[in-house]
Design a protein around this ligand. Structure first.
Ligand SMILES: Cc1cc2nc3c(=O)[nH]c(=O)nc-3n(C[C@H](O)[C@H](O)[C@H](O)COP(=O)(O)O)c2cc1C
Length: 333
């Protein structure tokens, strides 16, 4: 496998060296521990967890605490939390640091989902830059690990304020900022504002990560060179092509690497979640892995509706062998 990991750090987050400039974006429902481990091994230069509701930590909800678990090989690890309440955010961050010892805490200020943003959390915080500053000040005062934040351009086109928010974040002691270069109102629509990433990078001295719509090596290299951002966050395309972290566009991934990664991912899911939840959780990845290799919809559906974990594993392996053998037809019963 080719490697993009340089021998010298690409940048530092408050003294923590980061080797490389491609990083898996946090994705609820996808960037769980097994997927992160696979992607980190392929070359993601650090790790963000899925976002975690601060309330769940304060209430000590075991299911959510599980989302904080990570393996040592994933470091540097940022555990991401969200809330609209500064006191709960700090209390949950302290509790997370005591229980899980991440390398940093990231605050989600970009989630556009209505039930998060409309209550003032996630991108809802962008409507109140002073509150953003107070949240970061509280956290940097109470914790002795780096605090980082992930933001959007602003709430909507009429209230673009990423520079003001960025200055509040840096000015109150945060150590890195990631910008998904769209507004909350845009959700995932419309084009990415590369100039905004470049402006933020020029304005701040802490590392700036650019994010949004990257799907190929060429697009990644363009965002890095055009904006001069320190690294990029890569989200949705990583679900189809985790090998992007090793520098491969999907069509270029060597078959042996494709097969070893996919097998490793499946077995990591079963190890981490157990056979039942592991297979169910793997379905959404299997769908992408297989359809993008030309496996027909009917066969994929047959696999995805298989409830028994051993049978699922057997059918999945059959399809991989089919791909390995050059798409000779097999029937799944
Ligand atoms: C399914 C899904 C879940 C996401 N969950 C999170 C999350 O937990 N925390 C976060 O900061 N962003 C989250 N995001 C946003 C991504 O981190 C990223 O900003 C966005 O997808 C744009 O990058 P992309 O175009 O490379 O996908 C999520 C995005 C998707 C598609």
């Amino acid at each position: 496998m080719q490697s993009l990991t340089p021998s010298n750090p690409s940048f530092f987050i408050a003294g923590i060296p980061v080797y490389g400039n491609r990083i898996l974006a946090p994705m609820d429902g996808y960037s769980d521990q097994p997927f992160r481990s696979v992607v980190r091994k392929l070359g993601s230069a650090m790790i963000y967890t899925e976002f975690i509701n601060a309330l769940e930590i304060v209430w000590r909800n075991k299911k959510f605490a599980r989302r904080c678990l990570f393996s040592e090989t994933e470091r540097p690890v940022a555990i991401q939390i969200f809330d609209d309440n500064p006191i709960r955010l700090t209390a949950s961050a302290i509790s997370i640091v005591e229980q899980f010892s991440p390398d940093m805490i990231d605050i989600n200020m970009g989630c556009s989902v209505n039930h998060v943003a409309n209550r003032g959390a996630g991108a809802g915080l962008l409507q109140n830059p002073k509150k953003v500053g107070a949240i970061i000040a509280n956290l940097t005062h109470e914790l002795n690990i780096p605090i980082t934040a992930k933001i959007r351009l602003g709430w909507d086109q009429d209230s673009i304020n990423y520079l003001e928010v960025g200055k509040q974040i840096e000015g109150n002691g945060a150590s890195m900022i990631a910008l998904h270069a769209r507004t909350k109102a845009q959700m995932f629509k419309g084009s990415i504002d590369l100039d905004a990433i470049a402006n933020l990078k020029q304005t701040l001295t802490i590392p700036v990560l650019g994010n949004g719509d990257l799907t190929t090596n060429a697009e990644i290299e363009n965002m890095l060179s055009y904006t001069k951002c320190d690294a990029v966050l890569i989200g949705r395309i990583a679900i189809k092509n985790p090998w992007i972290f090793a520098g491969y566009d999907f069509e270029e991934v060597p078959l042996s690497l494709y097969l070893s990664t996919v097998r490793e991912h499946f077995s990591a899911m079963v190890d981490f979640f157990g056979p039942d939840r592991g297979c169910v959780g793997f379905r959404k990845f299997a769908k992408k892995y297989l359809t993008n290799k030309g496996i027909g919809k009917a066969k994929v559906r047959n696999l995805l509706t298989t409830a028994d974990p051993s049978l699922f594993a057997e059918k999945f392996e059959t399809l991989l062998q089919w791909i390995e053998a050059g798409n000779r037809d097999y029937d799944l019963e």
